[in-house]
Design a protein. Structure first.
Length: 371
Protein backbone atom coordinates (compact mmCIF):
# COMPACT_ATOMS: atom_id res chain seq x y z
CA UNK A 1 0.00 0.00 0.00
CA UNK A 2 1.04 3.58 -0.60
CA UNK A 3 2.72 5.12 2.43
CA UNK A 4 1.24 8.38 3.73
CA UNK A 5 3.62 11.31 4.01
CA UNK A 6 3.47 12.86 7.46
CA UNK A 7 5.82 15.75 8.21
CA UNK A 8 6.78 16.49 11.77
CA UNK A 9 8.59 19.68 12.72
CA UNK A 10 11.96 17.94 12.96
CA UNK A 11 11.42 16.08 9.71
CA UNK A 12 10.48 19.32 7.98
CA UNK A 13 13.69 20.96 9.10
CA UNK A 14 15.74 18.16 7.64
CA UNK A 15 13.94 17.70 4.34
CA UNK A 16 15.98 19.90 2.05
CA UNK A 17 19.57 18.79 1.72
CA UNK A 18 20.91 21.46 -0.58
CA UNK A 19 24.20 21.06 -2.38
CA UNK A 20 25.15 24.60 -1.44
CA UNK A 21 24.80 24.05 2.31
CA UNK A 22 28.12 22.25 2.60
CA UNK A 23 29.88 25.11 0.84
CA UNK A 24 29.88 28.87 1.21
CA UNK A 25 26.27 30.04 1.12
CA UNK A 26 25.40 32.05 -2.00
CA UNK A 27 24.53 35.70 -1.54
CA UNK A 28 21.40 37.26 -2.99
CA UNK A 29 22.55 40.56 -4.55
CA UNK A 30 20.77 43.74 -3.55
CA UNK A 31 19.71 46.75 -5.60
CA UNK A 32 19.43 49.98 -3.54
CA UNK A 33 17.16 51.44 -6.25
CA UNK A 34 15.03 48.32 -6.54
CA UNK A 35 11.97 49.78 -4.82
CA UNK A 36 11.92 52.64 -7.31
CA UNK A 37 11.58 50.41 -10.34
CA UNK A 38 7.91 49.50 -10.12
CA UNK A 39 6.47 46.00 -9.91
CA UNK A 40 8.16 42.97 -11.41
CA UNK A 41 5.41 40.52 -12.32
CA UNK A 42 6.03 36.77 -12.40
CA UNK A 43 3.71 34.19 -13.91
CA UNK A 44 3.15 31.06 -11.82
CA UNK A 45 3.49 29.08 -15.04
CA UNK A 46 1.57 25.95 -15.95
CA UNK A 47 2.28 23.44 -13.17
CA UNK A 48 2.62 23.06 -9.42
CA UNK A 49 6.42 22.97 -9.76
CA UNK A 50 6.60 26.19 -11.79
CA UNK A 51 4.35 27.84 -9.21
CA UNK A 52 6.82 26.93 -6.47
CA UNK A 53 9.75 28.18 -8.56
CA UNK A 54 7.88 31.40 -9.39
CA UNK A 55 7.51 32.04 -5.66
CA UNK A 56 11.23 31.34 -5.13
CA UNK A 57 12.03 33.91 -7.82
CA UNK A 58 9.62 36.38 -6.21
CA UNK A 59 10.98 36.05 -2.68
CA UNK A 60 14.58 36.17 -3.88
CA UNK A 61 13.82 39.37 -5.81
CA UNK A 62 12.09 40.84 -2.77
CA UNK A 63 15.22 40.14 -0.73
CA UNK A 64 17.16 41.92 -3.46
CA UNK A 65 15.01 45.01 -2.93
CA UNK A 66 12.32 44.76 -5.61
CA UNK A 67 8.55 44.96 -5.49
CA UNK A 68 7.20 41.71 -6.91
CA UNK A 69 3.85 40.16 -7.76
CA UNK A 70 3.13 36.52 -8.68
CA UNK A 71 0.13 36.11 -10.95
CA UNK A 72 -1.81 33.22 -12.48
CA UNK A 73 -1.82 33.62 -16.26
CA UNK A 74 -3.73 30.44 -17.05
CA UNK A 75 -2.89 26.82 -17.71
CA UNK A 76 -1.31 26.99 -21.16
CA UNK A 77 1.86 28.33 -22.74
CA UNK A 78 -0.21 30.48 -25.07
CA UNK A 79 -1.65 32.17 -21.98
CA UNK A 80 1.64 33.14 -20.39
CA UNK A 81 3.29 34.06 -23.71
CA UNK A 82 0.39 36.40 -24.38
CA UNK A 83 0.86 37.97 -20.96
CA UNK A 84 4.59 38.36 -21.51
CA UNK A 85 3.99 40.14 -24.82
CA UNK A 86 1.20 42.41 -23.60
CA UNK A 87 2.04 46.11 -24.02
CA UNK A 88 2.39 48.36 -21.01
CA UNK A 89 -0.76 50.23 -20.07
CA UNK A 90 -0.87 54.01 -19.93
CA UNK A 91 -0.08 54.04 -16.21
CA UNK A 92 3.05 51.99 -16.68
CA UNK A 93 6.32 52.77 -18.32
CA UNK A 94 6.39 54.48 -21.67
CA UNK A 95 7.64 51.93 -24.14
CA UNK A 96 10.96 52.62 -25.82
CA UNK A 97 10.85 52.93 -29.60
CA UNK A 98 14.17 51.13 -29.70
CA UNK A 99 14.13 48.29 -27.17
CA UNK A 100 17.66 47.27 -28.05
CA UNK A 101 18.97 50.62 -26.87
CA UNK A 102 16.94 50.71 -23.66
CA UNK A 103 19.03 51.03 -20.52
CA UNK A 104 19.46 47.79 -18.63
CA UNK A 105 18.72 49.63 -15.41
CA UNK A 106 15.65 51.58 -16.58
CA UNK A 107 12.68 49.50 -15.55
CA UNK A 108 9.22 50.63 -14.51
CA UNK A 109 6.90 47.64 -14.59
CA UNK A 110 3.20 47.25 -13.98
CA UNK A 111 1.15 44.17 -13.06
CA UNK A 112 -0.64 44.03 -16.45
CA UNK A 113 2.46 42.61 -18.12
CA UNK A 114 4.37 39.49 -17.06
CA UNK A 115 8.15 39.88 -16.92
CA UNK A 116 9.31 36.37 -15.87
CA UNK A 117 7.88 32.87 -16.26
CA UNK A 118 9.53 29.57 -15.24
CA UNK A 119 8.91 26.75 -17.70
CA UNK A 120 10.24 23.36 -18.80
CA UNK A 121 12.83 23.55 -21.57
CA UNK A 122 11.81 20.52 -23.63
CA UNK A 123 8.07 21.13 -23.70
CA UNK A 124 8.60 24.81 -24.47
CA UNK A 125 10.77 23.90 -27.45
CA UNK A 126 8.16 21.41 -28.67
CA UNK A 127 5.52 24.13 -28.39
CA UNK A 128 7.51 26.72 -30.33
CA UNK A 129 8.53 24.31 -33.11
CA UNK A 130 5.25 22.42 -33.48
CA UNK A 131 6.74 19.22 -32.04
CA UNK A 132 9.96 19.74 -33.95
CA UNK A 133 8.32 20.02 -37.39
CA UNK A 134 9.48 23.64 -37.80
CA UNK A 135 13.22 24.19 -37.87
CA UNK A 136 14.91 27.15 -36.15
CA UNK A 137 16.12 28.32 -39.56
CA UNK A 138 12.49 28.61 -40.75
CA UNK A 139 11.61 30.72 -37.72
CA UNK A 140 14.70 32.92 -38.05
CA UNK A 141 14.09 33.39 -41.78
CA UNK A 142 10.49 34.48 -41.27
CA UNK A 143 11.51 36.80 -38.46
CA UNK A 144 14.15 38.39 -40.69
CA UNK A 145 11.67 38.82 -43.55
CA UNK A 146 9.19 40.53 -41.25
CA UNK A 147 11.92 42.84 -39.98
CA UNK A 148 12.97 43.83 -43.50
CA UNK A 149 9.44 44.28 -44.86
CA UNK A 150 8.17 47.88 -44.52
CA UNK A 151 4.53 46.73 -44.43
CA UNK A 152 4.43 43.11 -43.27
CA UNK A 153 1.30 41.17 -43.92
CA UNK A 154 -0.69 40.45 -40.74
CA UNK A 155 -0.37 36.93 -39.39
CA UNK A 156 -2.33 34.93 -36.88
CA UNK A 157 -0.09 35.44 -33.88
CA UNK A 158 -0.39 35.94 -30.19
CA UNK A 159 -0.88 39.63 -29.35
CA UNK A 160 2.40 41.47 -29.63
CA UNK A 161 4.40 38.61 -31.11
CA UNK A 162 6.46 39.48 -34.15
CA UNK A 163 7.19 35.83 -34.87
CA UNK A 164 4.58 33.70 -36.60
CA UNK A 165 4.04 30.57 -34.49
CA UNK A 166 3.55 28.37 -37.58
CA UNK A 167 5.79 29.36 -40.50
CA UNK A 168 5.76 27.05 -43.51
CA UNK A 169 8.33 24.29 -42.91
CA UNK A 170 11.18 24.35 -45.43
CA UNK A 171 14.23 23.36 -43.39
CA UNK A 172 15.00 20.00 -41.81
CA UNK A 173 12.75 19.07 -38.86
CA UNK A 174 14.36 19.10 -35.43
CA UNK A 175 15.39 15.80 -33.88
CA UNK A 176 14.48 17.01 -30.40
CA UNK A 177 14.64 13.47 -29.04
CA UNK A 178 18.35 13.39 -29.83
CA UNK A 179 19.11 16.65 -28.03
CA UNK A 180 20.66 16.95 -24.59
CA UNK A 181 19.67 19.68 -22.15
CA UNK A 182 22.25 22.16 -23.44
CA UNK A 183 21.17 21.58 -27.05
CA UNK A 184 17.56 22.29 -26.13
CA UNK A 185 18.43 25.48 -24.28
CA UNK A 186 20.58 26.86 -27.09
CA UNK A 187 17.86 26.07 -29.63
CA UNK A 188 15.24 27.77 -27.47
CA UNK A 189 17.31 30.97 -27.67
CA UNK A 190 16.83 30.86 -31.45
CA UNK A 191 13.07 30.24 -31.54
CA UNK A 192 11.66 32.29 -28.67
CA UNK A 193 9.27 35.03 -29.80
CA UNK A 194 10.94 38.37 -30.47
CA UNK A 195 11.27 40.31 -27.24
CA UNK A 196 11.73 37.25 -25.03
CA UNK A 197 14.93 35.55 -23.90
CA UNK A 198 16.23 33.04 -21.36
CA UNK A 199 18.25 33.53 -18.22
CA UNK A 200 20.43 30.71 -16.84
CA UNK A 201 18.93 27.23 -16.95
CA UNK A 202 18.70 25.26 -13.70
CA UNK A 203 19.91 21.68 -13.44
CA UNK A 204 16.56 21.02 -11.73
CA UNK A 205 14.48 18.89 -14.05
CA UNK A 206 10.98 17.47 -14.04
CA UNK A 207 10.69 15.01 -16.90
CA UNK A 208 8.49 12.04 -17.70
CA UNK A 209 9.59 8.57 -16.64
CA UNK A 210 8.09 5.11 -16.93
CA UNK A 211 7.82 3.68 -13.44
CA UNK A 212 6.96 0.22 -12.10
CA UNK A 213 6.72 -1.40 -8.68
CA UNK A 214 9.49 -3.65 -7.40
CA UNK A 215 7.13 -6.60 -7.76
CA UNK A 216 6.51 -5.87 -11.44
CA UNK A 217 10.22 -5.30 -12.07
CA UNK A 218 11.06 -8.66 -10.51
CA UNK A 219 8.16 -10.51 -12.17
CA UNK A 220 9.28 -9.52 -15.67
CA UNK A 221 12.98 -9.05 -14.91
CA UNK A 222 13.00 -5.51 -16.31
CA UNK A 223 15.15 -2.47 -15.59
CA UNK A 224 14.88 -0.59 -18.92
CA UNK A 225 12.04 0.39 -21.25
CA UNK A 226 13.70 -1.84 -23.81
CA UNK A 227 13.26 -4.78 -21.40
CA UNK A 228 9.62 -3.76 -20.92
CA UNK A 229 8.81 -3.61 -24.64
CA UNK A 230 8.13 -7.32 -25.10
CA UNK A 231 5.54 -7.27 -22.31
CA UNK A 232 3.72 -4.02 -23.16
CA UNK A 233 0.85 -5.81 -24.87
CA UNK A 234 0.02 -7.60 -21.61
CA UNK A 235 0.12 -4.56 -19.33
CA UNK A 236 -2.04 -1.57 -18.43
CA UNK A 237 -0.32 1.80 -18.53
CA UNK A 238 -1.35 4.92 -16.65
CA UNK A 239 -0.39 8.52 -17.23
CA UNK A 240 -1.68 12.05 -17.73
CA UNK A 241 -4.37 12.35 -20.41
CA UNK A 242 -1.89 14.16 -22.68
CA UNK A 243 0.46 11.15 -22.59
CA UNK A 244 -1.77 9.36 -25.09
CA UNK A 245 -1.04 11.96 -27.79
CA UNK A 246 2.28 13.62 -26.90
CA UNK A 247 5.12 12.86 -29.30
CA UNK A 248 7.13 11.28 -26.48
CA UNK A 249 4.07 9.59 -24.94
CA UNK A 250 2.36 6.54 -26.36
CA UNK A 251 3.27 7.50 -29.96
CA UNK A 252 6.94 7.78 -28.97
CA UNK A 253 6.93 4.48 -27.11
CA UNK A 254 5.41 2.79 -30.16
CA UNK A 255 7.93 4.35 -32.53
CA UNK A 256 11.07 4.04 -30.42
CA UNK A 257 10.39 0.81 -28.51
CA UNK A 258 7.58 -0.94 -30.42
CA UNK A 259 5.74 -0.73 -27.11
CA UNK A 260 1.94 -0.68 -27.32
CA UNK A 261 0.16 -1.27 -24.00
CA UNK A 262 -2.90 -3.46 -23.70
CA UNK A 263 -4.78 -0.54 -22.12
CA UNK A 264 -4.13 3.07 -21.15
CA UNK A 265 -5.83 4.82 -18.22
CA UNK A 266 -5.61 8.60 -18.32
CA UNK A 267 -5.15 10.28 -14.92
CA UNK A 268 -3.78 13.80 -14.48
CA UNK A 269 -3.23 13.53 -10.72
CA UNK A 270 0.28 12.28 -10.02
CA UNK A 271 -0.78 11.10 -6.57
CA UNK A 272 -3.65 9.03 -7.99
CA UNK A 273 -1.30 7.63 -10.62
CA UNK A 274 1.03 6.51 -7.83
CA UNK A 275 -1.92 4.97 -5.96
CA UNK A 276 -3.03 3.14 -9.12
CA UNK A 277 0.46 1.79 -9.61
CA UNK A 278 0.81 0.72 -5.97
CA UNK A 279 -2.48 -1.22 -5.99
CA UNK A 280 -1.80 -2.73 -9.44
CA UNK A 281 -4.65 -0.95 -11.20
CA UNK A 282 -1.91 -0.09 -13.68
CA UNK A 283 1.37 -1.94 -14.00
CA UNK A 284 3.33 0.91 -15.64
CA UNK A 285 2.88 4.62 -14.94
CA UNK A 286 4.22 7.84 -16.43
CA UNK A 287 5.28 9.63 -13.26
CA UNK A 288 7.32 12.82 -13.27
CA UNK A 289 10.85 12.61 -11.88
CA UNK A 290 10.17 15.38 -9.34
CA UNK A 291 7.39 13.35 -7.71
CA UNK A 292 8.21 12.24 -4.14
CA UNK A 293 5.94 9.24 -4.71
CA UNK A 294 8.76 7.49 -6.58
CA UNK A 295 11.02 7.55 -3.52
CA UNK A 296 8.26 7.11 -0.94
CA UNK A 297 6.94 3.95 -2.62
CA UNK A 298 10.35 2.64 -3.71
CA UNK A 299 9.17 2.52 -7.30
CA UNK A 300 11.62 1.56 -10.04
CA UNK A 301 12.31 4.12 -12.79
CA UNK A 302 12.96 2.23 -16.04
CA UNK A 303 16.02 3.43 -17.93
CA UNK A 304 15.11 5.23 -21.15
CA UNK A 305 17.79 3.72 -23.39
CA UNK A 306 16.38 5.29 -26.58
CA UNK A 307 16.04 8.80 -25.11
CA UNK A 308 12.31 8.91 -25.74
CA UNK A 309 11.75 11.37 -22.89
CA UNK A 310 13.42 14.71 -23.62
CA UNK A 311 15.16 16.99 -21.11
CA UNK A 312 12.85 19.23 -19.10
CA UNK A 313 15.07 21.64 -17.15
CA UNK A 314 13.59 24.65 -15.40
CA UNK A 315 14.24 27.74 -17.55
CA UNK A 316 13.39 31.37 -16.69
CA UNK A 317 11.76 33.07 -19.70
CA UNK A 318 12.05 36.87 -19.43
CA UNK A 319 11.20 40.00 -21.36
CA UNK A 320 14.36 41.34 -23.00
CA UNK A 321 15.74 44.68 -21.84
CA UNK A 322 13.16 44.88 -19.04
CA UNK A 323 14.95 43.55 -15.97
CA UNK A 324 17.91 45.35 -14.36
CA UNK A 325 21.15 43.41 -14.09
CA UNK A 326 20.77 42.82 -10.35
CA UNK A 327 17.36 41.20 -10.90
CA UNK A 328 18.85 38.95 -13.58
CA UNK A 329 21.73 38.04 -11.25
CA UNK A 330 19.22 37.15 -8.54
CA UNK A 331 17.29 34.77 -10.81
CA UNK A 332 20.56 33.25 -12.04
CA UNK A 333 21.63 32.66 -8.42
CA UNK A 334 18.42 30.68 -7.87
CA UNK A 335 19.00 28.68 -11.07
CA UNK A 336 22.59 27.88 -10.13
CA UNK A 337 21.45 26.29 -6.87
CA UNK A 338 18.12 24.65 -7.77
CA UNK A 339 18.51 20.88 -8.20
CA UNK A 340 16.11 18.07 -9.11
CA UNK A 341 16.34 16.75 -5.55
CA UNK A 342 15.11 20.15 -4.38
CA UNK A 343 12.04 19.90 -6.63
CA UNK A 344 11.29 16.49 -5.14
CA UNK A 345 11.49 17.85 -1.61
CA UNK A 346 9.54 21.00 -2.45
CA UNK A 347 6.79 18.83 -3.92
CA UNK A 348 6.85 16.77 -0.74
CA UNK A 349 6.37 19.91 1.33
CA UNK A 350 3.40 21.14 -0.71
CA UNK A 351 1.45 17.87 -1.03
CA UNK A 352 -0.01 15.35 1.36
CA UNK A 353 -1.90 15.57 4.62
CA UNK A 354 0.34 18.13 6.32
CA UNK A 355 1.29 20.24 3.31
CA UNK A 356 2.42 23.84 3.44
CA UNK A 357 1.80 26.60 0.90
CA UNK A 358 4.01 27.24 -2.11
CA UNK A 359 5.02 30.56 -0.52
CA UNK A 360 6.10 28.81 2.68
CA UNK A 361 8.01 26.17 0.72
CA UNK A 362 9.79 28.88 -1.30
CA UNK A 363 10.82 30.67 1.90
CA UNK A 364 12.05 27.42 3.41
CA UNK A 365 14.24 26.73 0.38
CA UNK A 366 15.69 30.24 0.31
CA UNK A 367 16.32 30.29 4.07
CA UNK A 368 18.27 27.03 3.87
CA UNK A 369 20.11 28.18 0.77
CA UNK A 370 21.44 31.37 2.31
CA UNK A 371 21.84 30.41 5.96
Amino acid sequence: MRRARVLTGSALAGLLVLSGCSQASPTIPTDPKGSDLGTITISSGISSETEIVANIYAQALERAGYTVEVTDTGDSRDDYLTAMESPRDSSGAEESTDSASASDETVVNDPTTVDITPDYSGNLLLKLTNDGEISPSDIEKERQEETESPTPEPTETLPGLTQSPTPSPTGSPLNIRGMNGNDITSTLDRVLPTGLSLLDTASAENKDALVVTRVTAARYDISTINDLAQYCGKLTFGGPESFSTRSYGLPGLAENYSCKPAKFIGEDSQQKLADNLADDTVQVADIYTSSPDIVDNKFIVLEDTQNNFIAQNIVPVVRENELPSTAKDTINTVSANLKTTDLVQLNRLTTGEHSITTQEAAKFWLDHLTE
